[in-house]
Design a binder for this molecule. Structure first.
Ligand SMILES: [Zn+2]
Length: 256
């Protein structure tokens, strides 16, 4: 019932833009940040996730990132990622704005992905500006606890947004533009707590868009959502795909 209501909303209100957070990747075995079992319960973000900490002691920050990058690289897209890629393929999703750095949307086959917190795809040298792909960085990490820049020897920084850093301006601008254009903003697996991404629903609503939220746990926008599902994305989204696919097949049959 709930999946069919969401399918109907997506069908009726195009274009649909999706905003995803850590909750979409937990089913791939990637811990979230803020829940009681999340990463920041074990690692102080000021010591392991801030740009100040990185500048003070990049090797200490890499003691956190080295196993994390290995884990993110081994994780596989789950049914929620695959369903979102399918919805894009069927023409029901315009773009995904994600807070996640894990590249799982891309690996699931989504083409339009805006990574507002960066990703582990590359790491850059704070000193000479050299940029290295994930494979190269993994190679460096196989031989050291922290990857040194092959050109100058400085410790590389993963191109993910650390606390205390600005978000990549082009990505955040594109995210806000998509939110304004969306007739439906579908929030999946985000508690909408981290700004400025948490401002995207307001942007959509003010521009006349509607909001649908699939998340385990409350969000500040629950009361303003047209549809609010307290469910796991991996359960709901494949059912939504099946529903919309069935309707498309029916229409094709009726037209022929
Ligand atoms: Zn360098």
């Amino acid at each position: 019932m709930s999946a069919s209501a969401l399918a109907e909303l997506i069908r009726r209100r195009q274009p649909c833009v999706v905003l995803t957070g850590a909750g979409v990747s937990t089913e791939s075995g990637i811990p979230d940040f803020r829940s009681p079992t999340g990463l920041w319960a074990k690692f102080d973000p000021l010591e392991y996730g801030s740009i100040g900490a990185f500048r003070r002691d990049p090797r200490k920050v890499w003691s956190f990132y080295k196993p994390r990058i290995a884990m993110l690289t081994e994780a596989e897209p789950n049914p929620a990622h695959l369903a979102l890629a399918e919805l894009e393929g069927l023409g029901f999703v315009d773009a995904i704005v994600t807070q996640n750095i894990d590249r799982l949307h891309e690996r699931a086959g989504s083409a339009e992905v805006v990574e507002v917190h960066g990703s582990i795809r590359t790491s850059s040298c704070p000193s000479c500006g050299g940029r290295y792909g994930l494979e190269r960085v993994l190679g460096l990490l196989a031989e050291a606890d922290a990857p040194a820049c092959p050109a100058c020897g400085e410790i590389l920084k993963p191109d993910v947004v650390f606390f205390g850093e600005l978000l990549p301006p082009a990505e955040i601008e594109r995210a806000f533009e998509l939110a304004r254009r969306a007739r439906l903003l579908l929030v999946v697996g985000s508690a909408l707590e981290v700004h400025p991404v948490a401002g995207l629903p307001r942007e959509s609503l003010d521009a006349g868009g509607e909001l649908a939220i699939v998340n385990l746990g409350p969000t500040p926008f629950d009361a303003q959502a047209s549809l609010r599902l307290e469910s796991s994305a991996g359960d709901v989204l494949p059912a939504v795909v099946a529903q919309l696919r069935g309707q498309q097949a029916q229409q094709a049959q009726d037209a022929s």
